[in-house]
Design a protein around this ligand. Structure first.
Ligand SMILES: *Cc1c(COP(=O)(O)O)cnc(C)c1O
Length: 463
């Protein structure tokens, strides 16, 4: 059986369009255009089937933290497949790789987050969290504590549970979401929603919506609050400094669990092991995935505090996935964590490349099209605007300008994602200073070309 690595691009595209349904894609449009075929990758660079090299500003989908082409992970997977390719953990059974990874995660995670329940990715882990926090309160004799509070424009995955927890209206519009007993507050997105208030005041105001929502629902009905330390898919939205301390105070003052969705922020993205370390958050549960294995094998999970784990341990929790704690994924994750540690990749982001990116990326704010350009660790976002002083959106439909810019990035050898008219990056943590220079140069060129298109097409008008 051939994997078609030598098939001509046009034939691959045709076959892809005939049989492969892409996620988050209008497949009919893509079929007409033809998908870009990615063939290989090394470090921070991808190569497509036509030999074009692309700087991967997104680390795949926020996940290839150690970069591409690390044979050690292939070796770890190979060795584990030969030793024990699969076994489950349902039948009062376990295996060495899942034990090793659980102990390692307990050591790395902050506070008393010492117990791991596994999934195949972040969405599944958040589905676990929904059932787990409700079961936790029921076990404690409070079955009415069911509501989970989340935030508009949050991303927590694409399963029924994950997408319900998420605050993406386009996702809620399809498939009968959200499921019952999920409530929402507004996001701490000062640039777009802060109006005339200072970022500090705005951060407090948005955090206090949580306290108001708990009061409105009744504390006896609320199970948990879930949030990403820094919103990723929502547009790399770095909250004002006042936000998380106030959220933490509110969670401490009321009897609810705090779930930090660390699927993007975990494993070095913000310059520490977890976003909770960087932002001083003390969660009861952390969702993990993506950077846990640098995307080399699918794995996710929920890390539970001693107290939550103890309550759950007192009953049978009727929940679990066939591939939970998959031995090959655990072996790959262990090798990934070893590389992150042995090569000091997280310290490098915190002390060297993160500050360097902040400086270079921040300079893009001087571009006539850019209203704001901010980064934290190795994640960054910028807002495009027709009117910098007013932080105004474009008159054209949201995403029109973002899409144009994304296409100019591709044309200049850079993968940068657009969320509406924000441009975002989350490159591999191994990116060097000179590669950061390359990334920012290509982004600046794409912005220049985008501005030219907008001026030509009369799109530089505020809405
Ligand atoms: C990607 C993501 C998820 C979903 O993870 P999958 O592995 O795609 O299921 C959940 N939460 C956050 C914050 C994410 O970025």
């Amino acid at each position: 059986m051939t994997l078609l690595h030598n098939m001509p691009t046009a034939d691959l595209q045709k076959l892809d369009a005939a049989h492969h349904v892409h996620p988050f894609t209008t497949n009919a449009d893509l079929a007409a255009k033809g998908a870009r075929v990615i063939s290989s990758a090394k470090g921070v660079f991808l190569r497509d089937s036509e030999g074009v090299e692309l700087l991967d500003g997104m680390a795949g989908l926020w996940c290839t933290n150690i970069g591409y082409g690390r044979n050690e992970l292939a070796d770890a997977a190979h060795a584990q497949m030969l030793q024990l390719p699969y076994y489950n953990t349902f039948f009062q059974t376990t295996h060495a790789p899942v034990i090793a990874l659980s102990a390692k995660l307990a050591q790395l995670a902050p506070g008393d987050l010492n117990h791991v329940f596994y999934a195949s990715g972040g969405s599944e882990a958040n589905d676990t969290n929904i059932r787990l926090v409700r079961h936790y309160w029921a076990t404690k004799g409070k079955p009415d504590k069911k509501v989970i509070i989340s935030r508009h424009n949050a991303y927590h995955g694409s399963t029924m549970g994950g997408a319900s927890l998420g605050g993406m209206s386009a996702m809620h519009a399809q498939g009968g979401l959200p499921i019952p007993d999920i409530a929402f507050i507004d996001q701490p997105f000062w640039y777009a929603e802060g109006g005339e208030s200072s970022p500090e005041d705005f951060g407090l105001e948005r955090a206090r919506q949580l306290e108001a929502k708990i009061a409105a629902l009744g504390e006896d009905n609320v199970a948990a609050f879930i949030a990403e330390p820094v919103q990723g898919a929502g547009g790399v939205i770095i909250p004002p400094a006042t936000y998380w301390p106030e959220i933490q105070r509110i969670c401490d003052a009321h009897d609810i669990l705090l779930i930090a969705d660390e699927v993007i922020c975990g494993f070095g993205r913000t310059g520490n092991w977890f976003g909770s370390d960087t932002l001083n958050i003390r969660p009861d549960i952390m969702t993990i995935a993506k950077g846990l294995s640098s995307g080399y094998a699918p794995i996710g999970g929920s890390i539970l505090s001693d107290e939550v784990a103890e309550v759950i341990a007192s009953t049978e929790f009727n929940h679990g996935y066939t591939y939970a704690g998959h031995p090959v994924s655990c072996a790959v994750a262990m090798e990934n964590l070893r590389i992150l540690e042995d090569e000091n990749l997280i310290q490098q982001v915190r002390d060297v490349t993160g500050p360097y990116l902040a400086e270079k990326w921040g300079q893009l704010a001087d571009h006539p099209l850019v209203g704001e350009a901010k980064s934290l660790g190795m994640m960054a976002g910028l807002a495009m605007t027709p009117d910098k002083a007013a932080r105004a959106p474009f008159a054209a439909d949201a995403g029109t300008v973002g899409y144009i810019c994304r296409e100019r990035c591709f044309a200049n050898g850079l993968i940068m994602r657009h969320v509406g008219d924000r441009m975002i990056i989350s490159p591999p943590l191994v990116i060097s200073k000179s590669e950061i220079d390359q990334l920012v140069e290509r982004a600046a060129k794409a912005l220049d070309e985008t501005l030219a298109v907008l001026q030509q097409d009369g799109l530089m008008t505020a809405g």
